[in-house]
Design a protein around this ligand. Structure first.
Ligand code: NAP
Length: 260
């Protein structure tokens, strides 16, 4: 029997790279997507050697609609259907709205929201037709409350959490799964790319990319709607969910100010 195929966006680093490795170990073939093709090809070579994985590499900047279309076309293929889509590529930017990086915000919305929605649509049609497969959308703990000084990032992730849960309900009578993974602080290239000072956060809050991706896959296999990796993140989201937004936004704002 041929191996199932998983398509992972943002597989050149961090959580996406960890997803690709764990899926290869679970005997999936892969389609890996990111801008840095050299890193994707090095990963492909390694996974072919260690797990005999067939890896297709798609170099694409997912903030660009024409390049997103290459990935949509791959998801539409009926010859080698994609069983699992991991919508993982994303980035954040630290800064106040008043100091606005309007172009950075536009790219963030294009990647974290627009590309994720387009790829979800492209994957779901064939999955619903075959009545199998599923999607993992990567949001964040930042989805649960307004995040001062990462205002646009938090809003994109709140969108991903809301969108994914709504689609989860739409799929309830099918065999197609939708899981929204909400990581907390995870040691990847994210903080540096965002311009955040990661070294101010205590060690105990951090998880590895592998722990986060493993929790995402385990939750997906159990058809969970929302996955919070680790006890600390579960407890934080639980407390935030039952606390009025007037308080949670203030606490997030005070924490952000503390880091200025
Ligand atoms: N790390 C955390 O603390 C944390 C917490 C909560 C949520 N998350 C979420 O987890 C996901 C993965 O982030 P990470 O922590 O693994 O960050 P990372 O190490 O910076 O990796 C980000 C990945 O996204 C890709 N990417 C960035 N811009 C892209 C673009 N324009 N087009 C295509 N691919 C692009 C990058 O590849 P190229 O540069 O090669 O394109 C890279 O593979 C993101 O959605 C992030 O919001 C992270």
């Amino acid at each position: 029997m041929s191996r199932p195929v998983a398509l992972v966006t943002g597989a050149s680093a961090g959580i996406g790279d960890a997803f690709a490795r764990l899926l290869a170990a679970r005997a999936y073939n892969l389609v890996v997507v990111a801008r840095d093709v050299a890193r994707l090809e090095a990963l492909a070579k390694e996974l072919a050697a260690t797990h005999k994985t067939d890896v297709e590499v798609i170099g694409a900047d997912l903030t660009d609609l024409e390049q997103v279309a290459k990935v949509e076309a791959r998801l539409a293929s009926t010859e080698s259907p994609v069983e699992l889509l991991v919508n993982n590529a994303g980035f954040g930017l630290v800064g106040k709205a008043a100091d606005g990086d309007a172009d950075g915000d536009r790219r963030m919305i294009a990647l974290n929201v627009d590309a994720l929605v387009r790829l979800t649509h492209a994957a779901l049609g064939p999955m619903v037709d075959r009545n199998r497969g599923g999607i993992i959308n990567v949001a964040s703990l930042a989805a649960f409350q307004p995040t001062a000084e990462m205002a646009v990032y938090g809003a994109t992730k709140a969108f991903v959490l809301s969108f994914s849960q709504a689609v989860y309900e739409e799929l309830r009578d099918t065999n197609v799964a939708m899981t929204c993974l909400c990581p907390g602080f995870t040691r990847t290239e994210f903080q540096e790319r965002a311009g955040a000072e990661a070294d101010r956060m205590p060690d105990f809050v951090w998880q590895t990319a592998e722990e986060v991706a493993e929790a995402g896959l385990a939750g997906f296999e159990k058809r969970k709607a929302v996955v919070l990796p680790g006890l600390l993140n579960k407890a934080t989201a639980g407390i935030v969910s039952v606390t009025p937004t007037t308080i949670t936004r203030r606490v997030a704002g005070l924490l952000a100010r503390n880091f200025d």
